[in-house]
Design a protein around this ligand. Structure first.
Ligand code: EPZ
Length: 428
């Protein structure tokens, strides 16, 4: 298993281009199953997760071609027919977003057998809202031996769905199913994340009729068939936020480019409150941290436009060096502090009680071997390593490869001393 080694203490200076969003790209790829015409996605990130989903989509009947277009990496998806409506446990277990093929398969084929994803390291992550919404749209759902057996032989029918709480995945899933359902679907208490807007824009380009994306109420008028389309994946707000925090942690001046600053407003407000300068342009953000010590700043994660749970670990890493005590509340997932004991290995002082972590800032961190159990937790350790004295070695780099494109290259271009150590098994 590869590892990443960082020698801390180098300020970051330079420009970092932001890639297309992983969490958008994988839903857009699933949405391409809804049509027999080609869907061209531009600004595609090249990640382990997109490669993995491409493998699953090929098994379902999609031709997936990756090319380098005039505007960067592209993926062409074309599914003339669904050759199998089955996603095995093995596939869904390895990447839970594979579960999102369920809705498009039912909508296009009238049936599907897809494994339940099970829990994961950040929480139980049930899919009850997804299944209830699909049932409301007329799908008959049976759960048996860990699989969802779904049937809608006469097609899905529009419905009024009100989610009891906000779920990004359930909103996306319902949207993908509703676009081909007969009549109108109203989704209330929908997630407002930029990835929902991106999915809706792509579906609209494919001929879907959707209003209200980015607000809590979505109106969908079902259409009989969708066309092909070309769509540019929205920039990755979590990648942008991660590099913003990295620059704040290491010090220096970094310009993030090819991004949408409004998507990380909640983070930028907190960075400013902690003493970091963040200057917003149209598609850029300049992050500058001077010599003054950072100030402890509390955060509470929330659905968009609140502070993103996917940036919580990174902000916690930053707060380990701030003056005073920061209270970090995680409200989206129940078990998302697995990075805290690893940060402690670098010398951080963090106490976790349920959904709340108290971080008492220390004067400095010291490099150590660390490992993490999920993508964002792993990158928080890289960020901490940038400021720690000596060498930090982050194990289980495959988590990072799932969601960060050319992480080491982007950081070393700005002056970080970071390199990948190939192979060699780490003790589990
Ligand atoms: C998406 O997960 C993202 N994943 C997550 O990013 C992100 O952290 C999360 O949204 C919140 O922003 C992808 O887009 C692939 P939810 P998702 O449904 O859709 C509970 C990363 O690191 N819930 O909004 O699964 C759930 O357990 C990942 O890139 C139910 O109870 O998140 C959680 O507590 C990690 N029943 C809360 O809702 C359901 O049916 C919000 O989850 C669905 C969700």
């Amino acid at each position: 298993m590869d590892r990443i080694a960082i020698i801390g203490g180098h300020a970051l200076n330079g420009e970092i281009p932001i890639s297309g969003a992983k969490n958008s790209a994988i839903k857009l790829m699933a949405a391409a199953l809804l049509t027999d015409a080609p869907v061209r996605l531009t600004n595609m990130p090249r990640l382990a997760d997109t490669r993995f989903l491409a493998r699953l989509l090929r098994r379902l009947g999609a031709e997936v071609t990756e090319t380098d277009g005039p505007e960067g990496p592209e993926t062409l998806l074309h599914t003339p027919e669904i050759v199998s409506a089955f996603a095995s446990y093995d596939l869904v277990r390895q990447m839970r977003a594979s579960f999102n093929v369920l809705g498009p398969l039912i909508a296009r084929e009238g049936h599907a057998k897809v494994s339940l994803p099970g829990g994961c390291s950040i929480g139980a992550r049930p899919v009850d809202l997804h299944l209830k919404a699909l049932e409301a749209l007329g799908a008959h759902i049976d759960l048996n031996e860990g699989y969802v057996y779904a049937q809608a032989p006469r097609g899905l029918i529009g419905a009024h769905i009100r989610f009891p709480f906000v779920s990004v995945g359930a909103t996306e899933h319902t949207l993908m199913a509703a676009v081909l359902a007969k009549g109108e679907t109203v989704i209330e208490n929908a997630a407002c994340e930029p990835e929902i807007v991106d999915l809706a824009e792509c579906l609209i380009a494919m001929g879907a009729k959707i209003e209200g994306a980015g607000t809590p109420t979505l109106h969908v008028q079902g259409v009989g068939k969708l066309n092909g389309a070309t769509h540019a994946v929205t920039p990755d707000r979590i990648e942008a936020g991660t590099f913003a925090v990295a620059a704040a942690m290491a010090g220096g001046k970094v310009r993030l480019t090819h991004m949408r600053p409004a998507h990380i407003s909640a983070l930028l407000d907190k960075l400013r409150a902690s003493g970091v300068s963040a200057t917003v342009g149209e598609t850029t953000v300049d992050i500058h941290r001077g010599p003054d010590r950072l100030q402890a700043t509390p955060i509470t994660t929330d659905p968009y436009p609140g502070f993103a749970t996917d940036l919580q670990a990174q902000f916690m890493a930053l707060m380990t060096l701030a003056e005073g005590e920061s209270v970090i509340r995680e409200t989206v997932f129940e078990n998302r502090f697995m990075h805290a004991p690893e940060l402690a290995r670098l010398g951080a002082e963090i106490e976790v009680h349920g959904g709340e972590a108290r971080v008492r800032g220390v004067e400095g961190l010291k490099g150590a071997p660390v490992m993490a159990t999920d993508l964002r937790a792993s990158v928080s350790l890289v960020i901490a390593g940038l400021a720690a004295r000596g060498e930090t070695v982050v194990h289980r780099v495959y988590h990072l490869d799932r969601g960060f494109e050319r992480l080491e290259a982007k950081l070393s271009a700005c002056g970080a001393e970071i390199r990948r150590l190939k192979g060699e098994e780490d003790a589990a």
